[in-house]
Design a protein around this ligand. Structure first.
Ligand code: SF4
Length: 468
């Protein structure tokens, strides 16, 4: 198969007057979504027309995830559906990009002969060539041995895949940690941060060109941001610089490693008004034996100390975490440790996963794998506990007035709008159902009196005039 990066014998972009259309299915997390926006932005620059509908587009790009077995299955199912659409004449070409391609490379290319082109995680510079050649039936591929982040210039071409009022800012690619269950460093490579000034420029551009008011800062391990460039972590400095951008109202930080939560970072979150009093910090587990086998570099006591410090210094901060249930060797006692910890700490938001047995991870070879049925039973017990905790926490907000960012109108009720408090991240956290006699626009921040609560969501009434 020809390597598109190595050959330029055939045209790779549409000629004037014959714009080809391209659609995107972006799977996985917001980090992949940013990559998808970059692919589409570049294709737009090269003369392609980006369309929402997959059916009827010339090419669909499926940007995949392969972090765990569920995401691999979802990615492959989506590719097979697209191939079927192509066979029915509803598409001309199917291009598969991202983590799945990077992780399984040549096996995937062999197993999916009906896919027209493949791009690994470092294929930004090749995307228009791969799409152009895929449309000509050449089956191109762009696979680099060492994946890394694209260091774009000052102006970043990104086609929006989020509503106009919020966007993700990916500050780095790759990871320096070595959690034993995780294959990400193998797929994405070591940490590669983008410079602070380039990120500030990109954020400013998102505000000016899209009207973004909420910026969600992402990376694999954002607390390590900058170590590779500056010698020490610079996440606090980056957030401080972003907080000075006019027009941005909310900035929130996702994907921190607990070990990297420094005093500097906590103080910055406390002191900068535009930084949401919110932190996403995966603990993964709370039993010391499991934490050690996970190679998480922290103990339960250290986790408690960091959480206590966060809550002391930033009163009311909303803490989000994620945990893995059923890690190899997780005994009933270890699981009880985790439950006890979650009961004590009462995280405001929590995501849980059952352990996924990933070839290539260090824990793949660990003895004492937990049977699936037991993993799922533990998962249910944990989620029941968190439901009770979440319901208690949301009930406490009834009667309060909170700023709510409006996301969209409720399609079924013209007097109801869907929004979020600053303690709720788009896509993963709760919603506020806002009653209002006047029309509210996405991106407006309005004071809302909370009148009722469910386990994860709130109900309220908009007060007086909204903030523009
Ligand atoms: S910090 Fe996150 S991305 Fe890095 S190895 Fe651990 S789980 Fe994977």
């Amino acid at each position: 198969m020809p390597n598109p990066a190595a050959s330029s014998a055939l045209p790779s972009v549409p000629k004037p007057g014959e714009a080809k259309t391209v659609s995107m299915i972006s799977l996985g997390c917001p980090r992949t979504l940013v990559d998808s926006e970059l692919y589409l932005g570049r294709l737009q620059q090269k003369g392609y027309q980006v369309v929402d509908e997959v059916e009827g587009s010339d090419t669909v790009i499926i940007n995949t995830c392969s972090f765990i077995q569920d995401s691999i299955k979802e990615s492959i199912d989506t590719v097979l559906q697209a191939v079927e659409m192509k066979k029915q004449g509803k598409l001309k070409a199917v291009v598969v990009a991202g983590c799945l391609v990077q992780r399984f490379k040549h096996d995937l290319i062999k197993e999916l002969p009906d896919v027209d082109g493949f791009v690994g995680v470092d294929g930004f510079g090749d995307i228009e060539t791969v799409v152009g050649r895929a449309l000509q039936g050449e089956h191109p591929e762009s696979l680099r041995p060492r994946p890394n982040v694209p260091h774009q210039g000052r102006r970043v071409a990104r086609a929006a895949l989020t509503p106009a009022h919020y966007a993700y800012l990916k500050v780095a690619e790759g990871c320096l940690k070595g959690c034993s269950f995780c294959v990400i460093p193998k797929i994405k490579g070591p940490l590669s941060s983008r410079p602070i000034d380039a990120l500030v420029d990109e954020a400013r551009q998102l505000v000016e060109e899209r009207g973004v008011v909420e910026l969600v800062v992402v990376g694999q391990d954002t607390s390590d941001y900058g170590v590779d460039l500056y010698g020490t972590p610079r996440i606090a400095q980056l957030l401080g610089a972003l907080a000075k951008i006019n027009g941005l109202r909310w900035i929130r930080l996702l994907y921190c490693h607990p070990k990297g939560i420094s005093h500097d970072l906590i103080e910055t979150i406390r002191d900068e008004e535009r930084l949401c009093k919110y932190l996403d910090m995966a603990i993964e587990h709370a039993d010391d034996g499991v934490l050690q086998r996970m190679n998480r570099l922290v103990t339960q006591a250290q986790l408690r100390e960091r959480i206590q410090r966060l809550r002391e210094l930033v009163p009311g901060i909303a803490l989000r975490t994620s945990v893995i249930v059923g890690f190899p060797g997780e005994t009933e006692a270890a699981f009880e440790q985790l439950l006890g910890f979650l009961r004590d700490v009462a995280f405001d938001r929590l995501g849980a996963f059952t352990y996924s047995h990933e070839e290539g991870s260090a824990s793949f070879r660990y003895p004492d794998q937990v049977p699936d049925a037991l993993k799922h039973a533990r998962f249910d017990r944990l989620m029941q506990l968190q439901q009770t905790i979440a319901a208690e926490l949301t009930a406490r907000t009834v009667g309060r007035t909170m700023d709510v960012l409006i996301d969209e109108p409720d399609r079924d009720d013209p007097r109801q709008f869907l929004g979020r408090t600053s303690a709720d991240c788009p896509e993963v956290d709760g919603l506020v159902f806002v009653r209002s006699d006047r029309v509210l626009r996405p991106g407006q921040i309005v004071p809302v009196r909370i009148t009722d609560s469910y386990e994860y969501d709130l109900v309220g009434t908009a007060l007086t005039s909204p903030t523009p």
